[in-house]
Write a protein that binds this ligand. Structure first.
Ligand code: PGA
Length: 256
């Protein structure tokens, strides 16, 4: 099963609207290779500027979070239809920074995944263990549990469209990445967990690695058979670095 790789930039709390436009212009000039899907996920306030700057480009737009209700008295929240109207195709759900700093639970993450699909957004579901969990030997249980919780209600078709990002929490923004081999092992485990729900679709689910991916180590991840691209934080804020990571994904695909 050949899955189209996805390389998505998670810009986190960086870039105003005009800054987002400049970065997108850099990416458009970089003439990215075909065969790899590319997405950028700016902050909410930069989405409409980013959507305008992306017009006519194959680069997709994503958001970094979403609330599960379509509208209502939920001060500060942003709904799935609002993201669709702003031009989003993807939305990151359950990023470890949301879980860690903002108290998001598996129950919330599950609702957000459902709500995204209800409104035709594709969720990029993030799962991953913390350092103490890895050290205690609980990685497999944590990652499988997060995956099963968030996907329990999905239909077979939704499972096949879902994107999962395996992001070991200790590797995010730390410069300390997992080895390609270990990331591949855990991602295989995630695919098997999805396969217990529905085996055909799980072969189509794209599962990305995220956590300190750089132009220097990207090939190590993208060369692994289970890894279908990357969710890129720090390195996605630099057009040249992000383009280099996209090219690494393209080369890896050609060599498979
Ligand atoms: P990083 O972030 O590439 O800066 O480690 C990845 C992420 O949090 O998605």
């Amino acid at each position: 099963m050949k899955r189209t790789p996805l390389v998505a930039g998670n810009w986190k709390m960086h870039k105003t609207g005009p800054e987002a436009v400049r970065l997108i212009e850099d990416l458009r000039k970089a003439s990215l290779p075909a065969g790899v899907e590319v997405a950028v996920c700016p902050a909410f306030t930069a989405l409409t500027d980013a959507a305008s700057a992306l017009k006519g480009s194959p680069i997709r737009l994503g958001a970094q979070d979403v609330y599960w209700e379509a509208q209502g008295a939920f001060t500060g929240e942003v709904s799935p239809p609002m993201l669709v109207a702003a031009g989003c195709r993807y939305v990151i759900v359950g990023h470890s920074e949301r879980r860690q700093f903002f108290g998001e639970t598996d129950v919330w993450v599950t609702r957000k995944v459902q709500a995204a699909f209800t409104h035709n957004l594709v969720p990029i579901l993030c799962v991953g263990e913390r350092l103490e969990e890895r050290d205690a030997g609980h990685t497999d249980r944590i990652v499988t549990g997060q995956t099963e919780a968030a996907t329990a209600e999905l239909s077979a078709e939704q499972l096949s469209q879902l994107v999962v990002a395996y992001e070991p929490v200790w590797a995010i923004g730390t410069g300390r990445s997992a080895s390609g081999e270990e990331a591949n092992r855990v991602i295989g485990l995630i695919r098997r967990a999805l396969g217990r729900r529905s085996s055909g679709p799980s072969a189509q689910t794209r599962i990305l690695y995220g956590g300190s991916v750089t132009p220097d180590n990207a090939a190590e991840f993208f060369g692994q058979p289970e890894i279908d691209g990357g969710l890129i934080g720090g390195a996605s804020l630099d057009g040249a670095k992000f383009a280099a990571i996209v090219r690494a994904a393209s080369r890896a695909r050609e060599n498979m």
